[in-house]
Design a protein around this ligand. Structure first.
Ligand SMILES: C[S@@+](CC[C@H](N)C(=O)[O-])C[C@H]1O[C@@H](n2cnc3c(N)ncnc32)[C@H](O)[C@@H]1O
Length: 232
C-alpha cells in the first residue's frame, strides 16, 4: 500500500469515528434505531436457530444496540463492541446490563469466546485492505463451528463508477468500489465526506472462505447482501 493511501485511510477512519460520536450518535435511534428490516430480522432468527441454546454473541460494531432486545429475548448473552464511544454510550443508556467495549473491528482480539458473531450494517466502513483482517478476527473470536452473520451494503454500479472517476480526477488514492463523497447538488464537483466501500459479492465470498468459513446461507434484501457462515 502506498504511504499516501495509508495516510488517507488513517484519516478517513479517524473522521468516521468522530462523525459517529458527534453527528450520528445523538440521532441514530430516532432515524435508524428501532425497526429491524425484515431480511435482517429473518437472518438473525436463522443464525440463532443454528446456535446452541443460550448462545454467547459478539455484536461487533453494535452501534446503539439495535439488535439487543431481539438477542436477549432469544436467551443470548451479548458483548457489544464498537469504535464509537458515543454509540456505545447510547446503547448502555438503554440496556446497562449488556457489557460493551470500545474497540475497532480491526483490533478485535477475542479467541474462541463466542458461539456467534454478528456484524450488521457496518462492513461498508471497512477498507478493502482490512477485510481479510476483520474476517480473521471474527473467525478467531468464535468457537470452532461457530457462526458469523454479516451484511454487505449494495450500491448502484453507475454511482460507484461515477464516484471512482470523480475521486481519480481529484487525485484521491481510491480503489474501485470505494465511495468517499457526499453528492451536493449545489457543488460542481462532489464533496469529499464520509466513506463506504462496496465490494463485489464474489470477492466477499472468497475473503470469507479464505478466513476459514463455510457459507451456509445468503440472501438479498433491504439494500444489503446477507451472509451466514460457519467457522471450521
Ligand atoms: C450504521 S451503524 C450500525 C450499528 C448496528 N450494528 C446496527 O445495525 O444498528 C455502523 C456502526 O459501525 C461502527 N463502525 C464503523 N467502522 C468501525 C470499525 N472499523 N470498527 C468498529 N466499529 C465501526 C460505527 O461506529 C457505527 O456504530
Amino acid at each position: 500500500m502506498s504511504a499516501e493511501r495509508e495516510r488517507w485511510i488513517r484519516e478517513k477512519r479517524r473522521r468516521a469515528e468522530e462523525r459517529m460520536d458527534t453527528l450520528f450518535a445523538p440521532i441514530y435511534d430516532e432515524h435508524w434505531g428501532s425497526a429491524i428490516d425484515p431480511t435482517h430480522r429473518s437472518m438473525v432468527v436463522k443464525l440463532l436457530s443454528l446456535c446452541p441454546p443460550r448462545p454467547r454473541v459478539l455484536d461487533a460494531a453494535c452501534g446503539t444496540g439495535k439488535y439487543w432486545p431481539l438477542l436477549l429475548g432469544s436467551g443470548c448473552s451479548i458483548l457489544g463492541t464498537d469504535q464509537s464511544a458515543g454509540m456505545l454510550t447510547r446503547a448502555s443508556e438503554k440496556l446497562p446490563d449488556v457489557p460493551v467495549r470500545k474497540v475497532g473491528l480491526q483490533e478485535l482480539d477475542y479467541e474462541g469466546e463466542f458461539d456467534a458473531v454478528i456484524c450488521v450494517d457496518a462492513m461498508e466502513n471497512v477498507f478493502p485492505e482490512d477485510w481479510p483482517l476483520v474476517l480473521s478476527n471474527f473467525r478467531r473470536a468464535l468457537v470452532p463451528g461457530g457462526y458469523l452473520y454479516l451484511t454487505v451494503e449494495l450500491a448502484e454500479d453507475e454511482e460507484l463508477a461515477a464516484a471512482y472517476e470523480a475521486g481519480v480526477r481529484m487525485g484521491l488514492p481510491l480503489v474501485e468500489g470505494e465511495h468517499p463523497f457526499v453528492f451536493d447538488p449545489r457543488e460542481e464537483e462532489p464533496v469529499e465526506g464520509g466513506y463506504h466501500y462496496y465490494p463485489a459479492i464474489p470477492r466477499v465470498r472468497e475473503w470469507t472462505r479464505e478466513a476459514g468459513f463455510e457459507i451456509v446461507e445468503e440472501a438479498e434484501g433491504d439494500g444489503y447482501h446477507h451472509l451466514i457462515a460457519r467457522s471450521f
